[in-house]
Write a protein that binds this ligand. Structure first.
Ligand code: ATP
Length: 294
């Protein structure tokens, strides 16, 4: 009966720096297969972030294939948005990168190294994830920003907070960085929690970023501000955006449209609109045929 507890501990320990899991964290704890490091797995650091999905297929334990034959090469520093109907596998595709699951067939490499040949801890140290629901644990704001990054100086933490525009929030809190947050502490708003998540990643400074775009919950002004911070965060990092709304991803270097059959289209916004295919169709469905300012 200890096994589930073992599993939770190992998930948390193996990923102390920047993620409490994806949207389906609780699910993940229930269902995550045991992914063990290979005996000769290498410790990677400072990857540049050239990502290649090569003929990747994936099925959950339930047996149904969710991804099949995915080929996608993302250059270091590029921002790629994944769009497509609900259930097409956008989240799943992104969950394969930090190895929450291993591919069923094919391979994913970063800088030419198969991610299964890296230790999970070092692989995950290279990836920052901003998810919709930000998890704050009971502790100080300082601890929440540092999030497992032992030995981070106050100066570095404040610098990350400034870049995430969290500094003005901190200035108004009773004990600044020492303010207790989480369940029993000061309740932060949805937007403020997003900023904590962004600050964590500025501090961790990984070359790869996965953004699970928020679908709701923030008011328009807050959301615009958060979008700006995310744009800054993604500068110089290979960024994968799981996009639910098309308005926010028009400036992505490339938009990849997926459906149940795989990748159906890829290209920049204007090119895909001109092609009048799947993306243009989604776009019309979302904007009712009205041209969106670019
Ligand atoms: P959305 O836009 O609604 O978030 P998505 O494109 O991100 O959808 P996924 O969440 O990747 O799609 O889901 C793809 C398919 O895999 C769906 O049919 C979903 O039900 C299934 N699925 C997702 N997570 C799991 C899981 N942990 N176990 C089994 N099946 C899952």
């Amino acid at each position: 009966f200890m096994r589930p507890i073992d599993k939770i501990t190992s998930v948390l320990e193996s990923y102390p720096k920047g993620i409490a899991g994806f949207r389906r964290f609780t699910n993940l704890i229930d269902t995550e297969p045991d992914i063990a490091d290979r005996s000769n797995a290498q410790v990677v650091s400072r990857l540049s972030g050239d990502i290649v999905f090569e003929n990747v297929s994936f099925a959950y334990d339930t047996g149904r294939t969710v991804l099949e034959g995915i080929d996608l090469a993302i250059k270091a520093g590029e921002t790629v948005a994944i769009v497509g109907p609900s259930g097409a596998g956008k989240t799943t595709l992104c969950a394969l990168l930090p190895r929450f699951y291993d591919v069923s067939a094919g391979a994913i490499s970063i800088d030419g190294i198969d991610i299964r040949d890296m230790t999970q801890t070092s692989l995950r140290s290279q990836i920052g994830i901003v998810q919709q629901d930000v998890f704050l644990f009971g502790g100080s704001l300082r601890e929440n920003i540092a999030y497992g990054l032992l030995g981070a100086s106050d100066e570095a933490i404040m610098d990350a907070a400034r870049r995430a525009r969290l500094d003005t929030v901190i200035a108004r809190l009773p004990a600044g960085l020492d303010t207790m947050v989480g369940e029993r502490g000061v309740k932060l708003s949805g937007g403020q929690k997003q900023r904590v998540a962004i600050a964590r990643i500025f501090l961790k400074n990984p070359p790869i970023l996965v953004l699970d775009e928020a679908t709701s919950a923030l008011d328009t002004a807050t959301e615009l501000a958060i979008q700006q911070s995310l744009a800054e965060l993604s500068k110089g990092r290979t960024t994968l955006v799981i996009a639910h709304r098309l308005a926010t991803i028009q400036h992505a270097d490339r938009i990849v449209v997926v459906d149940e059959t795989g990748i159906v289209e890829a290209g920049p916004h204007a090119e895909l609109l001109a092609r009048d295919g799947a993306y243009a169709h989604l776009h019309r469905a979302q904007f009712g045929g009205l041209a969106q300012p670019v």
